[in-house]
Design a protein around this ligand. Structure first.
Ligand SMILES: Nc1ncnc2c1ncn2[C@@H]1O[C@H](COP(=O)(O)OP(=O)(O)OP(=O)(O)O)[C@@H](O)[C@H]1O
Ligand SMILES: [Mg+2]
Length: 385
């Protein structure tokens, strides 16, 4: 796992290159790198052990974020840049820049555990699509947006894709970072374009991944960001569930940072917590990961699952990859080609710290800060444990 120090060093590197790019007029790239550096400093500050480091890193993150924002404000309109063809519509991006429309390749069977979440998704996403008439008959309004939240690497993005696959919907994955534009009206147009495309599909799920990057509390955000939230609200209010074969999903690690108006009925009214995998789920995830690799007889999946409490699904996937790297490396160096042994897994586990503990600690801090303790009880309960 990256340490606070190594993340800060990486951030420093990005910031330096960003500055060079800015100086040479490559504003778009400079802005992206400033944001990357800010994000890394922010991450670094969360795990820094020294208070002074933590504060410095936080300050740097803020400074770089402001820098990125100021670039946005001095940006040259795209049509005035050389090489770009104006279509009379200077501010809006092409569809490819905004979202990816695909048929997902991940289904429920690929997701270990999370049975109650799958059931929740069936009830609120799949059945309203597949049993439309029944829902209508009983006057059940379907299709409110769902916000998946929880620690990193525990299957939010996977779950959203699988939801689309399970009901045969197009999966429209929005590139949240490209949606926001400082041009008056452009962000709104971008969002409208996403919803319009979804309405053209026979059946579609729009997915805003890492929605916290665009839907922060309006009181804390800049004018153009506020317009994004307003347009999202308007579009979501305009989804006619009896006619539109359209559902909206979003995911975030920081649900408390989302504008509360977006969490009201009719919008992302359902918040679904995707926690770290429990014992059963870890057994299932190891099973999924081991299926594709040659495994020695001494490998005890139950034992591996038992000793990986607090590890995320992504951690487990990484452990399996790292365990496989051991015999692979030996074979590449001319050793015998052998199966992956229990010892390889134990070594990989020893070298990898669980990634979700720090998320819970910072989540608790931030929830207390916003005062929304009742809304996020499930998280607080876990930190108490
Ligand atoms: N429940 C699970 N079952 C199987 N694999 C899982 C599970 N959870 C996580 N993984 C593995 O971890 C990877 C990351 O999962 P995913 O991208 O869905 O996490 P996430 O919750 O969206 O994380 P982030 O908050 O960082 O975006 C997956 O590609 C998969 O290999
Ligand atoms: Mg994700």
């Amino acid at each position: 796992m990256a340490t606070s120090g190594s993340m800060a060093a990486e951030a420093r590197g990005y910031a330096k290159v960003a500055k060079e790019l800015e100086d040479s007029g490559e504003l778009e790239q400079a802005r992206a790198l400033y944001l990357k550096a800010a994000k890394l400093y922010n991450e670094a500050s969360k795990t820094a052990t020294e208070t002074t480091d933590r504060n410095t890193q936080r300050d740097l993150a803020e400074h770089l974020l402001l820098r990125a924002q100021s670039i946005r404000h001095t940006e040259v309109p795209p049509s005035k840049k050389e090489g770009r063809k104006g279509n009379g519509d200077e501010s809006s991006l092409s569809k490819e820049d905004l979202f990816l429309k695909q048929v997902p390749d991940v289904g429920f069977a690929d997701i270990g555990g999370l049975e109650n979440v799958k059931e929740e998704i069936r009830k609120s996403i799949i059945y309203p699509f597949t049993h439309k008439e029944l829902y209508k008959l009983y006057g059940q309004k379907a299709g409110e947006g769902i916000l998946l939240y929880g620690p990193p690497g525990c299957g939010k993005t996977m779950m959203a894709k699988a939801a689309a696959k399970e009901c045969g919907a197009d999966f429209i994955s929005v590139k949240t970072s490209s949606i926001v534009s400082k041009w008056v009206g452009a962000s709104e147009k971008n969002i409208k374009q996403v919803f319009d495309t979804a309405r053209d599909s026979e059946r579609a799920i729009i997915f805003f991944d890492e929605i916290d990057s665009i839907a922060v509390r309006r009181s804390e955000s800049e004018e153009y960001a506020k317009r994004v939230v307003n347009e999202l609200l308007a579009q979501m209010d305009g989804v006619d569930t009896s006619h539109d074969n359209l559902l909206v999903l979003a995911a975030t690690n920081e649900p408390w940072a989302i504008d509360p108006a977006l969490r009201r009925p009719g919008r992302f009214s359902k918040l679904v917590f995707i926690p770290e995998p429990d014992l059963e789920a870890r057994i299932a995830i190891f099973g999924i990961q081991l299926k594709k690799r040659p495994i020695a007889d001494d490998v005890n999946v139950k034992e591996l699952a038992r000793i990986t409490g607090s590890y995320s699904g992504a951690d487990i996937a990484a452990i399996c990859k790292e365990a496989a790297d051991i015999p692979l490396g030996e074979a590449l160096r001319g050793g015998e080609v052998r199966k992956i042994k229990m010892q390889d897994f134990l070594q990989a586990i020893k070298q990898r710290k669980p990634s979700i503990l720090s998320w819970y600690i910072s989540a608790k801090d931030q929830i207390m800060h916003t005062g929304e303790t009742a809304a996020f009880e499930d998280i607080l309960d876990k930190v108490e444990d």
